[in-house]
Design a protein around this ligand. Structure first.
Ligand code: SF4
Length: 121
């Protein structure tokens, strides 16, 4: 059986920002689509999740985490799996240094100076 990719969480990761996430009381299924979900239902689900992220006060911290960790699944920091994957392929090896802030720098390198309070859908 093929091994599914896992997030590569940096050892120095802090998690206190999660307490303030706008998704804290939302259904997890809004942010993580069912296996093999495609098409309109997947797009609608992602757009709904992104709209929650768009008003989240810890979006920057969440997005930094998701990129530094190569988080493979779900909507994190307002970016979908596919959007993050497009950034991951531009990054150095997972074994290279991943300091706090490196994730946001990678996002800005790939997408420009995005407004982290704006919805990206
Ligand atoms: S940015 Fe989105 S996924 Fe991250 S904590 Fe906020 S609401 Fe949750």
């Amino acid at each position: 059986m093929a091994q599914l990719p896992l997030a590569q969480v940096p050892a120095d990761m802090q998690w206190d920002w999660q307490e303030l996430g706008a998704c804290r009381d939302r259904e997890l299924s809004l942010f993580f689509h069912p296996v093999n979900a495609r098409g309109r239902s997947r797009r609608d689900r992602e757009a709904a999740a992104k709209s929650v992220c768009g008003s989240c006060v810890v979006r920057a911290e969440c997005l930094d985490y998701a990129i530094r960790s190569r988080e493979p699944y779900g909507v994190w920091g307002g970016l979908s799996e596919d959007e993050r994957e497009a950034i991951f392929v531009t990054l150095p090896s997972i074994d290279s240094s991943r300091e706090p802030g490196d994730g946001l720098r990678a996002v800005r390198d790939a997408l420009g100076d995005i407004d982290l309070l704006a919805v990206t859908a």
